[in-house]
Design a protein around this ligand. Sequence first.
Ligand code: SF4
Length: 723
Amino acid sequence: MLNPPPDLFSYRRHWAHKFGPAPFLPMSRDEMDLLGWDSCDIIIVSGDAYVDHPSFGMAVIGRVLEAQGFRVGIIAQPDWTSAGAFTTLGRPNLYFGVTAGNMDSMVNRYTADRRLRSDDAYTPDGEGGRRPDRAVIVYAQRCREAFNDVPVIIGGIEASLRRIAHFDYWQEKVRRSVLIDAKADMLLFGNAERAIVELSHRLAGGQHITQIDDLRGTAFVRRQTPQDWTEIDSTTLDEPGRVDAHPDPYRDTARAGPAEDSTGPRRQDPADTAQVVTLHTRPKGQDRTRQVVRLPGFEAVRDDPVLYAHASRLLHLESNPGNARALVQRHGNREVWINPPPIPLRTPELDRVFELPYQRVPHPAYGGARIPAYEMIRFSVNIMRGCFGGCSFCSITEHEGRIIQNRSEQSILREIEQIRDQTPGFTGVISDLGGPTANMWRLHCKDPKIESSCRRLSCVHPGICPNLNTDQMPLVRLYRKARDLPGIKRILIASGLRYDIAVETPEYVRELVTHHVGGYLKIAPEHTESGPLSKMMKPGMGTYDRFKAMFDKYSKQAGKEQYLIPYFIAAHPGTTDEDMLNLALWLKRNGFRADQVQAFLPSPMALATAMWHSGRNPLKKIARGSETVLSAKGRRQRRIHKAFLRYHDPNNWPLLRDTLKSMGRADLIGNGKRHLIPSFQPAGTGGRPEGTRLPARKSNGKGNFRTQHTRGSRKPPQSRKRR
Ligand code: SF4
């Protein structure tokens, strides 16, 4: 069981609290002067525009630190080509806090096919090109150039998910921990409130950053494992077989020369191939809080995909704050040390985090510019954090944890009233009451002791764990109370729904369908075939059918004509051409036409990315001879997988005809109902060169829709967005 940490807001406030909360956290010296500040205690550098709203990371961390009494300034989307913009607010008294923003900068800037995006939802007027690639590294370096004696602390999703050696899809290679490349003093991972509050008070109290090595949710570089710690070789916990590449952590690497060159593959140093040290294995009777699991080093995982998959699996197995141990991974002659994950916030703490004095609008410096990400969430309320689904292609579980952190009902209702009373342009419609998932609020493991010792990667795969409380009646009551608030005309649910959980509480499905669906409900089966579904850790289509039956029944009872809009992923690891063909046939049978296609994007640290890179399945024990996983990596095969999802697009028919013939399924080419694609080619189609984008749809002012339902539908869906 976890020892409860101090309440987030119980610390003695820093002396500067006497200045009081700032209307907006300052972005210029003039604003600092107006506030009477001679300096900032902490400066946050962010790749996103500053929106003072609890959905934006820099605002949350800034306001949390302000509530602790610190003066916090913001440098948002600075010109990174020199250090000039990083001196705008002067020298911070305590540290620079660096984040790429709400998204990994590479995911933000490039498509799944590695094409540069022209837009950026987190930038005024959606303008692209306002942040660098791998923004954390670039910003951290500029902070150092600006004031080289000021500690640099990195955090946010980019730093969090790149904390150990990781596969970078855009360079197609394993990169070092971002801590090494950014030369940062410390990395905060996951939801960082606890760590950053404690860290800030300690630094303000005179401790040096190098003295702080005991905070959960932090990672840093050290030379060696301290004497009073016991190392456990990760390969003894989850044995991958012969470990040729396992390095000797005590070898004098100084004599072997620098090994952390990230510029390209380096062959294994012969000294690394001998296992000259036997590490401690599963020491009994020793203090778990002094045990550290040694992962194979950077050079080993870089050169050996099996060890890479093993390290990825171990990282995920050591992610439950109730039982996770520290991890250490050698990079050349340095050790990247990762403390156990943060302890989730309790409900009163999360309430306070959400109820800090946010202005709920972009900083006035942006004038009337439209920031698309803000437009999307300005009328929505985040009711929780975390996800216990563990979908292997998604990193939310890795970042926010599997334990759901809930806001209280009262706090959520207060925020709805605040939106009603303060947010410009509110018309009475709340666009979402959700979070990472729509329907995990207040769901939890039935026993805290079991929860703290659990090492499952998901609470709902391969089936719903019998220990999971799936009662969604509290959520039903919340919806009802929210609808009853004066001035609220409608509450929509736009976050992704876990329909396998939803069906456990039929009353919830009825409430949702009767009151909270705007004609179309998006859900994400992601595939129809068991091969890819098992690699995604998603439920089978039987659950989808069960949910659809309920959805149709309750829609009929409510006298509403409503449709489910399913979403799918092309080219996920473990997907064969036959799987995609079967999915296309299912889409045709059920009358769906995908308007846009989502192809798998191997994002840092996701388990599916480890499958993609290593060809192994880290959902299971990794061994040299264990299950291999094939991925559609080549350009042509990815095109084929995407083309199957849009089988109705004539531009895809020539490619699909060739593919069906080579698969021995020419019987599916023809002009009857049983055929997937016709044998004729409409004039002017089929010649669109690869990579050409579809012409943009005319906006209806309510967003884009992505999948059309053609069966019995009188009109297309009006508004679709995807979490
Ligand atoms: S025991 Fe089951 S419900 Fe509890 S944390 Fe583990 S997987 Fe989730």
